[in-house]
Structures are given as C-alpha cells and as structure tokens.
Ligand binder design. Structure first.
Ligand code: DP6
Length: 333
C-alpha cells in the first residue's frame, strides 16, 4: 500500500471561562465547562503520513525529532484513530508553529487540533468536525475547541463515568464582536509544570479546588450571556474572575505559573483601567498575560504593555476561523 498523507492548519485558542480539572474517570473529560476565542496570530501546521514502511511513529517538531513524552502523546492520538479505523500503519508527523511551544500560549490546543484533522484527512475519513473535536479532546481538552472558529464552548464531562463523545461547539462567529486579544509575552522558556500535571496537583492538594468547581459553571453561563449581549465590560470582568479563581485554586496547591513580569503586566492593566480604558486580563498555564479589549484600543494597549520591563514581545490577535485541511506542501519539514 502507498503512503497516505494529510495536512491541516489550526489556530490556538485562549479560554475566558477556564477548563481546569478533569473528571476522575478515564478519557480526559473536563470537570468544568470552558469558553474560548480562536486566535489568528497563533498557528500550527501539521502533516501526517501513514507509511507501511515505518516500524514506529515518528514526530518532528519544527524539524527536530521528538522522543519521550511528546512522542508518546502524539502516538496516543494516532493509536486511538488506528483502533477506531482498523489501520495498522505507523505515521510520520511533521509539525511547526509560529510561536514557542509549551510556554502558556496553548501550543497543545493548536497542536492536537491540527494533528487530529491532518490524521483524519490522511486516512480519507468522512468525519464531521464534532468527531474530530472529540478525538483531539481525548489528547488535550483545549484542542477540542480549536477545531472551531470565533467563540467556542466545551462542556464539562458528565459526573458519572462515560465513554461517549464530548465535542466543542461554536457559540459565536469571529465577526460577532470587534474584540482583540493583546498578548504580553512575559517569559519564553517551557513552563515548569504542564497543564495536565498542574490540574492533577490542584485536584489532589488544593483546599480551594472544590470551591473552583462550584464556581466555574455559573461563571461560564454568565460569560455566555455577556458574549451574546456583546457586553465587553461584563464579559471581561467575568473572564478575569475565572482566571484569578483558577490560579488561586492552583496556587493554593503550590502550582504557580506567574513570574514577576506577569505581576507587573497585571499592575499595568489595572493602571490603564483606572485611566479609563476598557481592558481585562486572563492567564493560563504559563506567565503570559492576554489582554482583552476593543479593536480600537488594541494598538494603544499594546504600546503600553511594551513599556513594562521584562515584556519580551507583544502580539495582537483577532478572532480566527477554525481548523482546516491544507496541502501537504504548505507544511515545512
Ligand atoms: C489553563 O488542554 O492543556 O489553558 O487536557 O491535560 O492537555 P490537557 O490540558 P490543556 O489545559 C488547558 C488549561 C488552560 C485553560 C483552558 O484552555 O481552558
């Protein structure tokens, strides 16, 4: 049999209502619902080639061959797909992103969304987006959201164990609002604790984990409501609340993603707000601060964030379309 090739492009996404914590049964089901925006500025391109001549999967990230945990995670997704489709061939995966991996810029979100779609395309499967989203979720739940564009919701898994599909869904198109996300890069190295282990540590050790789980669904519903009303002040303050509550529960377990620059940027956000600008911060499993604002204020906010000592780079992102299949030649190897 010949080599079967597929390729896909996916954008990363940033959650305003945070997924933090998993159901305690197998299958990577979130314990909280989440709501994100897919971002045009952060892109991953991935090519998958199922090749009968291979004796194991191979994974290249930005041209460098990966072994150990990153390869195991990629093979995990391919294994699930092989089981479902009775395929036995191994694959070579080439992936590259236009932003640093594992630094709290959601590289696993765009990475597993692109991988799932590229692998499904390589096998010529006629799967709908929801099914590809479920496949991506089982590897990294935030990746389920990157299949879709604009604003995207991923529900929590049911409380009782299940093996049923759980996919993300679109709640608003990219054109629904004229909002921007200004990202202040506060550190470039890989994060000390990945989100998977950070969540597990929070669940086991944090005295506030239960409070977080109790708070998250209500916040999520309010965020959906504020989004439908295109109410940035309300949406933004709820998003900040979700981010601070998630981090507070993690910090109480000793899981700290902020660095000194993160705190300086957050102080700048408060200062700009006191000066009359409408802007709100959110942070994930890394030191970066993502600032939500109206499009018309984005340039001034980006300039102000660049003045914070230690900020390495400022990136402006707008709502993007969801993941799509591309030509294999569009992926650099
Ligand atoms: C803080 O999707 O990276 O970015 O499912 O274990 O791969 P796994 O976790 P991951 O967690 C993302 C956590 C977050 C919040 C969010 O994106 O909702």
């Amino acid at each position: 049999m010949s080599v079967r090739v597929g390729a896909a492009l996916a954008h990363s996404n940033i959650a305003f209502s945070k997924y933090w914590g998993k159901r305690e049964y197998v299958g990577n089901y979130p314990a909280t619902p989440s709501l994100s925006m897919t971002l045009d500025a952060l892109t991953t391109r991935t090519k998958v080639a199922f090749d009968p001549a291979l004796s194991a999967d191979r994974f290249f990230l930005a041209g460098a061959e990966q072994t150990g945990a990153p390869l195991v995670r990629v093979s995990g997704l391919l294994d699930r797909l092989r089981r479902e489709t009775e395929t036995s061939e191994f694959a070579e995966v080439q992936s590259s992103s236009n932003f640093p991996a594992a630094a709290g810029l959601a590289s696993s979100a765009s990475g597993f969304a692109a991988l799932a779609l590229a692998a499904v395309s390589a096998l010529g499967l006629d799967w709908d987006k929801a099914r590809v989203s479920d496949l991506a979720r089982r590897s990294s739940a935030s990746a389920a959201r990157s299949l879709y564009g604009g604003f995207v919701e991923l529900p929590a898994g049911p409380p009782e164990p299940t093996a049923r599909p759980l996919s993300a869904r679109s709640v608003a198109l990219p054109s629904h609002v004229d909002w921007r996300l200004v990202i202040a890069v506060a550190g470039l190295g890989p994060k000390a604790v990945g989100s998977t282990s950070g969540m597990e540590e929070t669940r086991r050790e944090s005295p506030y984990y239960r409070s977080w789980l109790d708070l998250a669904p209500g916040l999520h519903e309010e965020l959906l409501d504020a989004l439908a009303a295109r109410d940035l002040p309300r949406f933004g303050s709820l998003a900040e609340k979700s981010a601070y509550a998630m981090h507070a529960s993690a910090m109480a377990a000793g899981v700290v993603y902020f660095n000194g620059v993160t705190l300086e940027v957050l102080a700048k956000v408060r200062e700009l707000r006191a000066g009359g600008l409408t802007l709100f911060a959110t942070m994930d499993a890394g030191p970066q601060v993502k600032v939500l604002c109206e499009a018309r204020d984005a340039a001034a906010i980006a300039d102000a964030l660049r003045t914070v000592l230690g900020v390495r780079r400022v990136v402006e992102a707008r709502p993007a379309e969801g993941a799509r299949a591309i030509e294999a030649s569009e992926v650099s190897s």
